[in-house]
Design a protein around this ligand. Structure first.
Ligand SMILES: Cc1ncc(COP(=O)(O)O)c(C=O)c1O
Length: 384
């Protein structure tokens, strides 16, 4: 009996290094600083609010666009932080996580043959999301070692088929952030064209040293042509909740909702009701940057006792470290060996490049309890 044939829509995609490193870490009982999730508890207050929402009977389908009270509080937060009026009715949609918001935005706009500018190293869903829509990723490397965008190269890569530019600030895996000059360059490139923007801001608030977050939401002229994706899971230390949202212009959001309507349709109701209440307290988000900055600084201090050399991290959960004083191995081999021999898992940064570009740096996640960071550093200090 012949088996049904299938033409893969993503023939290039296999098991990623993230799965490899996490499996290795759990198999060996290694300290896992590889995958980007916190190992400390989330807010008790938020847990109680969600529990209360369930007890109060908020257990049926939410509105397709998201619970109204949550969209309203988000609109108020956006106005407060970025000074931009955004309609909760027509410009915000609650989604099951940031990854879904990104996928839906790309699926909403991309047609076969469209070109999409994507900067590498890149979060792993971007290129498969482009390819599955029949569009073409135009990859541009960020400039090592500060991972800035070379806007001259961007200008050279623009063609009549360019449909979208994908941004991510604060950036995974590098911890780089965009500055006002990046926004100026971006505006100069897109104004007067059909080019749309997708801005992945799932690490909003996780930005350090008093640097202002260059959200696209600050810039109404850019928001007109943008989708901006956020994640509650990432910033409220509950990645397993898979809840986020998308903000866009009314006309783009109308099309986004058509795709969303026949995919997940609506998201977990009690979490939305709990978040709507939780977000009324500004401290719930204003405290996040200083909290994570303290973790970054503590880990950096512990790492001074090792032979790893840090690259700067201005935001996100992550810091990159060079290991040239230890070895000249390829980053993948190095990360696997260190997990096996010293019991600390990291992610080799070449995994974030389709070309496999290897600058001999690994990514550590510092969104961990103090004792986890201490245990990891103690082990890394043994590497000679
Ligand atoms: C840059 C970036 N975008 C999106 C996501 C996904 O967010 P969520 O877990 O809400 O889907 C992640 C998670 O690692 C990320 O690092």
């Amino acid at each position: 009996m012949s088996s049904p044939t299938l033409v893969s829509k993503l023939p290039q995609v296999g098991t990623t290094i993230f799965t490899v490193m996490s499996s290795l870490a759990s198999e060996l009982g290694a300290v896992n600083l590889g995958q980007g999730f916190p190992d400390f508890p989330m807010s008790e207050t938020l847990v109680s609010l969600v529990y209360k929402a369930m007890r109060d009977g908020y257990n049926q389908y939410a509105h397709m666009n998201g619970v109204a009270a949550l969209r309203e509080v988000l609109a108020a937060k956006i106005a407060h932080l970025y000074g931009t009026p955004v309609s909760p009715d027509t410009q915000i949609t609650i989604t099951p996580g940031g990854t879904y918001a990104i996928y839906t935005a790309l699926t909403t706009v991309l047609q076969p043959g469209d070109e999409v500018i994507v900067f590498e190293p890149a979060y792993d869903s971007y290129i498969p999301n482009i390819v599955i829509n029949g569009a073409v990723p135009i990859r541009i490397d960020l400039q090592f070692p500060d991972y800035r965008i070379d806007w001259e190269t961007v200008k050279q890569k623009i063609t009549s088929r360019t449909r979208m530019i994908l941004l991510n600030t604060p950036h995974n895996p590098t911890g780089a952030v965009l500055g006002p000059e990046d926004i100026r360059q971006l505006r100069a490139i897109v104004t007067g064209t059909r080019i749309l923007i997708h801005s992945d801001e799932v690490y909003e608030h996780l930005i350090f040293d008093g640097i202002p977050h260059q959200s696209i939401l600050r810039y109404p002229d850019l928001l007109e042509r943008s989708f901006v994706s956020f994640s509650f899971g990432k910033i409220y230390h509950c990645t397993g909740w898979k809840l986020g949202y998308s903000v866009s212009s009314p006309s783009l959001m109308q099309e986004f909702r058509k795709v969303h309507q026949f995919n997940c349709f609506s998201c977990h109701t009690p979490s939305q009701v709990g978040l709507a209440e939780f977000l009324k307290d500004k401290d719930s988000y204003l405290s996040l940057g200083p909290f994570l900055q303290q973790k970054r600084d503590y880990f950096a201090q512990l790492m001074t006792g090792t032979k790893f050399s840090p690259l700067p991290s201005y935001g996100s959960y992550f810091q990159l470290y060079k290991y040239d004083r230890i070895s000249d191995e390829a980053d993948r081999d190095f990360a696997i060996r260190i997990t096996k021999e010293y019991g600390v898992a990291s992610i080799p940064v070449s995994a974030f490049y389709q070309s496999g570009k290897d600058d001999r740096v690994v990514r550590f996640c510092f969104a961990k309890k103090a004792e986890t960071l201490e245990r990891a550093a103690e082990r890394l200090q043994k590497i000679k």
